[in-house]
Write a new protein. Structure first.
Length: 169
């Protein structure tokens, strides 16, 4: 089984990334201009690049950069045709047709990638994607609404097929 890059553990994902640190201006005073606290990650296979520079510590910016990279990968890359059943992670996070995950949770990007793959391969048909994931359509829309770029991506797919736009919940 091949994993979507957003589903990989951070240490494994980082093996496919180029990491650079640099000095950035902004809050933090003179220390910020002397120390390389900004973190830029580039996912080599896809060319997707993210930057985190708003924190004073490089370790915090590194954590933010990884989180942003996983999210961008989830939104911009599609996996090969998904398997018939939802992933173990998806099944673990859903109970009685309800999906429970916060955008700050480590699993959010992986779950979003799986949901977007299902919607993409269902040609924008939300009811079919929700059925495959064993959740309600409103639960799926709620997940997509937690990341505006994901909802925009789905609405673009739906518009290409003449389907109505989804509204954020």
């Amino acid at each position: 089984m091949r994993f979507h890059p957003a589903q990989l553990a951070p240490n494994i994902l980082l093996k496919d990334c180029r990491l650079t640190q640099q000095k950035r201006s902004g809050p933090g005073g003179q220390r910020r201009n002397k120390v390389e606290t900004a973190v830029r990650l580039q996912h080599r296979p896809s060319g997707i690049e993210v930057l985190a520079s708003e924190r004073r510590l490089a370790t915090e910016n590194h954590r933010l950069a990884v989180q942003r990279l996983r999210l961008r990968l989830a939104i911009e890359l599609r996996s090969p045709q998904p398997s018939d059943a939802p992933s173990p992670l998806w099944r673990q996070r859903t109970g009685q047709g309800r999906l429970s995950v916060s955008p700050q949770h480590e699993a959010f990007a992986a779950l979003l990638a799986e949901a977007l793959d299902r919607v993409f391969y269902a040609e924008g048909n939300l009811a079919e994607a929700a059925r495959q994931l064993a959740v309600s359509g409103s639960q799926l829309v709620r997940l997509l609404s937690k990341e505006p770029a994901a909802l925009q991506r789905v609405n673009r797919w739906r518009a290409e097929r003449g389907l109505r736009r989804l509204k954020a919940r």
